[in-house]
Design a binder for this molecule. Sequence first.
Ligand code: AMP
Ligand code: MG
Length: 324
Amino acid sequence: MKEDSELDSRGAATVIGTRDDDLARAASVILSGGLVAAPTETVYGLAADATNGAAVAAIYTAKGRPSFNPLICHVSDLAMAESLAHFSPLARRLAEQFWPGPLTLVLPRKEPCPVSELATAGLPSIALRQPKHEATLRLIRLVGRPLAAPSANPSEQLSPTTAAHVAAGLGARVDLIIDGGACEAGLESTIIAPGEGGAVMLRPGAQPRAEIELFTGPLLSPEASKGIVAPGMLRRHYAPRARLRLDAESPAEGEAYLGFGAPRAGVSPSLNLSIRGDLAEAASNLFAMLRALDESHVAIAVAPIPDTGLGEAINDRLRRGAAL
Ligand code: AMP
Ligand code: MG
């Protein structure tokens, strides 16, 4: 991994809003090959024209991403998605049910397909999603092409859930930042590959497993599936600088404590993901609170989080953030 100092994040990013003239400006930056950080309901994305190989390459450079992992392509609607990939009846049902929303579908790429091979890392598949964010959907419609967009942060670090997080991490390495406020879900999308032999969950995320399984039956793990590859599922990812200790009932000397649920007697959390014990609230606070504690502490202890519903994705991010 590159050190931060090797990446030039000095200089202020230009931050714009979500008015029509702002989005028109963002669309023209994208159409001329530039990078625009855009809000979605999951996290902020670093978006480029997915059909422009040089623009997609600039995403990897800006993030300091060590290898060319495939990127999720964001579409304005199902029609745009169907122009890029083959949809089985199940894939279409999932899109109709969950789009716009935090479910990414990995599907066979159509050939020919206008999306750059770099965005799909040379794979025969393509990852597609219609984000649930009005401004970004308007932006994609204005561009008229799919937008390749990973999270708008330096590689391996915490994902950004506000425009200020993007500016702090990427600075002038991004041409424009669209400030659409704090992200509603605060966690990346769930990634599913609905294949012939069953649907595989490649990454847990903001769309809980149980809701998807109503349509797919039990989701398979990537290990159990044959032939479906999800490169880029790095063991260490979503990491603060501070050391993370998970499932901690209380902080040790010198540790910040990130709580969940009603505080226990004698334990005062530095911050609490959700005093009510609400997993959706915890998900939306996760990255911002880790970031805040990371500013002032070298070690963070995190309370146990139940592994149900959105807890599966929260615990996945925490485990990767804790990996060395
Ligand atoms: P993100 O880091 O949020 O952009 O997520 C991208 C992840 O989606 C990648 O690291 C892959 O695991 C998965 N992915 C994207 N495109 C494909 C693809 N064509 N085939 C399989 N997995 C993909
Ligand atoms: Mg990311």
